[in-house]
Every structure is written in C-alpha cells, then in structure tokens.
Ligand binder design. Structure first.
Ligand SMILES: *[C@@H]1O[C@H](CO)[C@@H](O)[C@H](O)[C@H]1NC(C)=O
Ligand SMILES: *[C@@H]1O[C@H](CO)[C@@H](O)[C@H](O)[C@H]1NC(C)=O
Length: 710
C-alpha cells in the first residue's frame, strides 16, 4: 500500500516539476518573442513598358525607352509587434504617387481587409530617372509622357502588390538591428551656393554639404538567418543621364542587385528570385548628385557659373559628370561604393531595435496650412502660410544632372499633343500667388490651373512611424540635405529619441510634390527652390506637422484622416498611342534569328544577336525575361547564365518600319572575363500583336556557339 502511495507521490512531484519546467519555458519563449517582432520581406518584378514610353525624371521628351538594361523591382518589408504592423516598400521607380498607392491599397484591401491600409503602408521610390512615366496623373508630371499611360500604372500596381503579398507570406519571428556607416566619395551637392544660404551657425554643425552617412536596418530571423536589409543613403539615382533609353534602376538599384547576389549565392543567376531582399531606399537627396566629377561647360570644358549653373558661352551647356568614363561605368562605380560600405555596416557593429511600434498617417492640404516661424537671423517670430502650387523659371532650365528640354513659351506648337492642348490655358499667376511664392518668379501657376485635371497636388500624404528607439518620417517629395537634417532634429526631439541619427527620412514617399528646400535656400531660386511648390515655408509647415504626428504617436491616439485627394480617373487624359499591330517582315517569322552569333566568342568581348520581334509593350514579362543566355551543362541540360535583369546583358528594340509594323531586337551580352568556357546559345522571348488585337507569344533561338577563355 505504502509503496503505491509513494509511487503516486513521486509521480505527482515529477508532474509538478514538469509543469514548472513547462511554465518557465513558456515564460522564456514569451520573453524572447517579445523582444523580437514578426518580420517579413518580399521582392517582385515591377518593370514597366520598355519601349516608346517616355521616362520619368529628366522631363526630357526625347528620352523614351527602347529597351532594358536592368529590371525594376519593389522590395517590401513588414514589421509587427503583436499590436501594430508597419509596411515599408522601396520601388525602383521615379517616385511614389498618391493615385498609384491608392490603387495598391485597394487591391490589398480586397485580399486582406483592414490589415494593410493608408495608415500603415509606406511606399517610397528610389528616384531612378530611367524608368517609364505616365503613372502619376497630375498634368505636370505626366506632361512628358503625353498624359496617363495605363500599362505603366498597371505594371507598377501589380508588381508592388505582389511584393507585399510575398512579404506577408514570409512573416516569421525575428529581430531588427540598426547600424550606421559613411560613404564619402559617392555624392556631391549640386546646388552648393543655395546650401550656403543656410545660417553659418547651423552649417558649422556639419562637416559636409551633403549627408555622407547612411542608416541601415537589418532583418534577422529568430534562428539567426538573415532575411533582408534596407539602407538609406542620400543620392540622386541619376548616374544614367538623359541620353539613356534603356530601363535602368540606376546606381541604387544596381547596389541592391549586388547585395542580393552576395547573400543569395544559390540564386546568383536569377536576379530578383532569391529569399534575401536588399533595398537601397531614397532619403534627403534633393540637392545631391552622384556625378562626383562635378559640372563643367560642354563642349568648351570651361567652368560653369556657380550661382546659375550657366555657361558664359551660349553654345555651351553646363553638365555634371560621374566618376566613370561613361554613364554605365559611373553607375557601376557609385553602386559599388555604396554597396561595399553597406556590406561593411552589415558585417559591423549593430544595435537591436527594441520597443513598441507606432504609425500615423494624415493627408494635408498644404496651401491651407499655417505655421509659426522664428527667423534665426533676426530672432523675429511670425505666422507663415502655405501657397497654392507653382513652379519657378529655373525649373524649365533643369539641373546639371540633366538640362531641361521643355519649351514653356505660351502658344508654342510642339510635337507633344498634351502640351498643345493645355498650353492655351496657362494661367497668369494671381497677385495673391505671386506674393505668397515670392521671391519665386512664377513660370507655371499650377495651383490655379485645373483643366483637364489637377496640375500638381495640393493634398499630400504625411506619415510617421516609430520603431522602438528609431523613427521613419515618410515625406512626400525630395527634401534637400539641410531640410532633411532639420526634419530629423525635429522628429527626434518630438519623440524624445536619443538623437537625430535615430530618425530616417524616407524620400519620395506616398505622394510626389516635387522639392522641399529650407526657407533660406528658397531665396536663391535655383532648380530645387523653383520646384518647392508650396512656397518659401513648405519646410516650416512640414516640421510643425510632423511634430504634431509625433504627438499622436506619443499619446497613442489616431489623427483624423485629413482631406481626401480627388478622384483622378474621371478626368484622365492620355495621348500616347498604344501598339497597333506587329508583322515579322517579308518571309520571316517572329523570333527568327536575323543576326546569328559567330561560331566562337571570346571572354571579355561583346556579343550582339538580333531577332525579328514584336513590340515589347505587348507583354513586359514581369518575373520573366525577354532573353536568356544559356550554357550547355552536364546531362545536356541548358542552364540559364544571364537574364535581361543582369548587368552584362542589354535588350534593345527598334521599329524597322512603322507602316509595316516590323521590328527587331538586339540581345547584347558583355561576356564576362571569368566566364565558364563551353557551348552557349541565346534565346529571345517575345509577344506580337495581331491586327484584331490578340497577343501571341513566341520564342526565338540562336545557333549554338563556343565561348572560349582569354
Ligand atoms: C551622357 O553620358 C554620355 C556617356 O555615357 C556622354 O557622352 C554624354 O555627353 C552625357 N550627356 C549628358 C546630357 O549628360
Ligand atoms: C494627442 O496628441 C495630438 C497631437 O499632438 C493632440 O492634438 C491630441 O489632442 C492629443 N490627444 C490626447 C488625448 O492627449
């Protein structure tokens, strides 16, 4: 009897011991889990139509696409602390716009209900100037692409949604770490004389007239596996200049590719397919150029006039050049510099992001805003207000990264049908606007024009997120260096953070409303100031407003949503013709290889192969490729060595006859010096359009050829 009792007792003891162990384990897991977050990352191909659609950025109507060098991607990151979820998306495109973001949110809503909304999704553009335009809807921004381009808009919306879906599916326990680093030789200020207008006392706090330091957030799974990284470094993605006609994600896009190749070893040949996602996102790049060799007058070689970036000789143009011998080499050099330092920071010291998440969003009607401003020179405080949008004269001249090419004379008949329609109604600025925007000489009183639709936004998106000891201010345009520094200072103070380096300014985010200079820089009226559309105190208003947003995060309340931006699609205008039909040409077939490779090709040389083709706009082949370079591997299997997303390849399209509808493509391959010798072939994947509208795909195949080592 006693024995059974004893057994039962020892059983009970073991049981309670087990329970205690279980409970302590549970507590331990909870403790671990609550230091970390749920994190997710996703990448998707967002490439837009690569032929005959003008690029967004330089406002140069001659800069239409006719092919592809690097594909465009959206990179999404999700962080969740159990009660708040934040999504950050960086896209290889000129900028994000209110209407495109709204479309993305609409599609997410259909799938996930209230999980991804206007409040918690931040979408930022990298600001590459070599990707298709026509997706913003505002007249000024779509002028260059002859109005709205539906396939650009659709390609971007579909790709961005896909990247967020993938990030959502990848959600898992993990941690976030922050680190900082510096790249000294990858950016210069392109309006240094404007920067000098800022108070001397303020400038004395900084060593450089651009931000050389970057902030990096690392996403690490709880098992220690790296998942993703976002690096914010201030530089215009304008290493590719306005003579480029091939889609390119430019310097920061290529830096992403380099980082992902390094981490996704197994997926080296397939860009955009690996699990590790590396974004280089835009920040306060407003006055920051990658053309580090600086500006000079072309062709004479004389120095430019610093204040105006003009040339003494009327036949000259003032253009800034990159560190390389041409724009390709410059892109590669800037990308490599920022990638290498970012890689160093990834390997180096880091600090865990700990604490609660918070995020708030509000639409703001800028011309209606007022703010208090103390002039640092006089100490005088006054009430200032926002203005209706307007562009100054220097806007038409462009920048040293790319001269403007628009004729803004009234009544000029041009080859641009949208311009011909709207030019007759160019409003003269009212007295009120002229006074409000002073000293800006007004070229386009966009805020007083609304035919056929709004010319520039008045209502912008503002959003602020807190990630433990860090914050991200998502801003609706291009902040200059000093504007960004003031924003970081203001938000850090308002959220009681350790210092301004705890605040990330995410640029060209959610809405595009051009530039934001400081009130002092505004006085100089260079390009960035001419494009600061809400007047001299645009920044003053934003600083006050983001301070207010910080207040909501601190007290845990939700601001009212603000006024709703207009419904754009009712009045949309579109003049850019689509593809009518394709024809392979007399006695040819689509995909027929019309220029074959030679029998042997040497490492380190360039190979060009041509095919009879359809129009690339028929199908942008997102998540696919227009071409593949293939090597005959073991077991007689063809292995893909490169796609159109690789640096080594270029895909170039040309219409050979617009009457007959014939066209050809070149597949260009820079055969790497360290290529594996063997038997190779080139394939081209395309689609052609029949006269009655149906689209059919085809595959072209070259003869095989031998690649030999050097
Ligand atoms: C663009 O870069 C090319 C070199 O790649 C150069 O020849 C050309 O002058 C540049 N043009 C402009 C407008 O910057
Ligand atoms: C929270 O902060 C905001 C912004 O500073 C303020 O407008 C609001 O009244 C505050 N709400 C509460 C309940 O304290």
């Amino acid at each position: 009897m006693t024995e059974t009792v004893n057994i039962v007792r020892s059983y009970r003891i073991t049981l309670s011991f087990c329970m205690a162990l279980l409970i302590s384990l549970l507590v331990a897991t909870l403790a671990v889990c609550c230091h970390g977050f749920q994190i997710g990352v996703g990448i998707a191909d967002i490439t837009g139509p690569p032929a005959e659609v003008p690029f967004m950025g330089y406002a140069n109507p001659k800069q239409k696409g006719y092919g592809l060098h690097l594909r465009q991607f959206a990179r999404s990151f999700i962080i969740d602390d159990g009660s708040t979820r934040i999504v950050f998306v960086s896209c290889d495109m000129g900028m994000m716009g209110t209407f495109l973001r709204r479309e993305v949110l609409k599609r997410l809503g259909q799938e996930y209900g209230e999980m991804y909304t206007v409040n918690n999704v931040m979408i930022s553009g990298t600001h590459t100037h070599s990707t298709p335009g026509g997706f913003l809807l505002d007249i000024v921004f779509d002028l260059n692409s002859w109005g709205f381009v539906r396939d650009t808009f659709e390609n971007y919306a579909a790709g961005i949604v896909r990247s967020i879906q993938r990030a959502h599916k990848s959600l898992t326990d993990g941690k976030i770490f922050v680190s900082h680093g510096q790249v000294l030789d990858a950016n210069i200020n392109r309006s240094p004389t404007s920067y000098l207008k800022n108070p001397a006392e303020e400038r004395a706090k900084y060593e450089y007239d651009t931000d050389k330091s970057f902030t990096q957030l690392k996403f690490i799974k709880s098992d220690g596996q790296p998942m993703g990284v976002i690096t914010w470094y201030a530089v215009h993605a304008t290493s590719m200049n306005n003579t480029n006609h091939l889609i390119s994600s430019d310097n920061v896009g290529y830096a992403s590719v380099l980082f992902e190749k390094k981490m996704n070893k197994k997926f080296t040949n397939l860009i955009g397919k690996g699990p590790f996602v590396a974004a280089f996102a835009s920040t306060n790049l407003g006055d920051v150029s990658p053309n580090t060799a600086g500006p000079r007058c072309v062709p004479s070689g004389n120095p430019c006039v610093p204040e105006t970036s003009n040339c003494a000789d009327k036949n000259d143009v003032c253009i800034a050049f990159g560190p390389g011998k041409d724009m390709y080499e410059s892109t590669q050099m800037i990308a490599t510099k920022i990638f290498e330092k970012a890689w160093g920071a990834w390997k180096g010291s880091q600090e865990e992001v700990k604490g609660k998440l918070g995020v708030v969003h509000q639409y703001v009607n800028m011309p209606e805003q007022k703010a208090e401003w103390t002039d640092p020179e006089t100490g005088e405080t006054k009430t200032v207000n926002g203005c209706k949008p307007a562009m100054g004269y220097s806007f038409a001249a462009g920048t040293t990264d790319g001269a403007g090419a628009f004729s803004f004379k009234q009544g000029t008949v041009t080859t641009n049908p949208l311009w011909n329609v709207v030019t007759d109604i160019l409003a003269r600025p009212s007295k009120e606007m002229t006074e409000c925007q002073a000293p800006k000489p007004i070229l386009l009183a966009t805020g007083e024009m609304n035919f056929p639709f709004e010319w520039q936004p008045s209502i912008v998106s503002t959003q602020l997120a807190k990630l433990g000891q860090m914050a991200i201010a998502c801003v609706p345009g291009e902040f200059t260096t000093m504007s960004g520094r003031r924003m970081r200072q203001t938000v850090a103070q308002a959220l009681n953070l350790k210092g301004p380096e705890q605040v990330i300014v995410a640029g060209l985010c959610n809405t595009y409303s051009d530039y934001i200079t400081t009130p002092q820089e505004y006085q100089a009226q260079r390009y960035e100031a001419a494009s600061t559309i809400f007047g001299p105190h645009t920044l003053t208003i934003y600083l006050q407003h983001y301070k207010g947003l910080a207040g909501f995060i601190k007290n845990g309340t939700i601001p009212d949503p603000g006024p709703s931006p207009p419904e754009a699609f009712n009045d949309v205008v579109s003049f850019l013709p689509g593809v009518i039909f394709d024809n392979p040409g007399w006695s040819k077939e689509f995909g027929q290889c019309v220029v074959q490779p030679p029998q042997t090709v040497q490492a380190g040389t360039t190979l060009t192969v041509s095919f009879a083709s359809g129009h690339p706009r028929n199908n942008v082949r997102q998540e696919g490729s227009y071409l593949s370079v293939e090597r005959l591997g073991q077991g007689d299997q063809w292995e893909i060595v490169a796609t159109d997303a690789d640096w080594e390849t270029k895909f170039i399209w040309r219409r050979t006859s617009s009457i007959l509808g014939t066209s050809e493509v070149d597949v260009v391959w820079d055969v790497p010096a360290d290529v594996i010798p063997g038997t190779y072939r080139i394939r081209h994947f395309g689609s052609h359009k029949l006269v009655f509208g149906a689209i059919r795909s085809y595959v072209g195949l070259s003869q095989t050829f031998q690649v030999t080592a050097n």
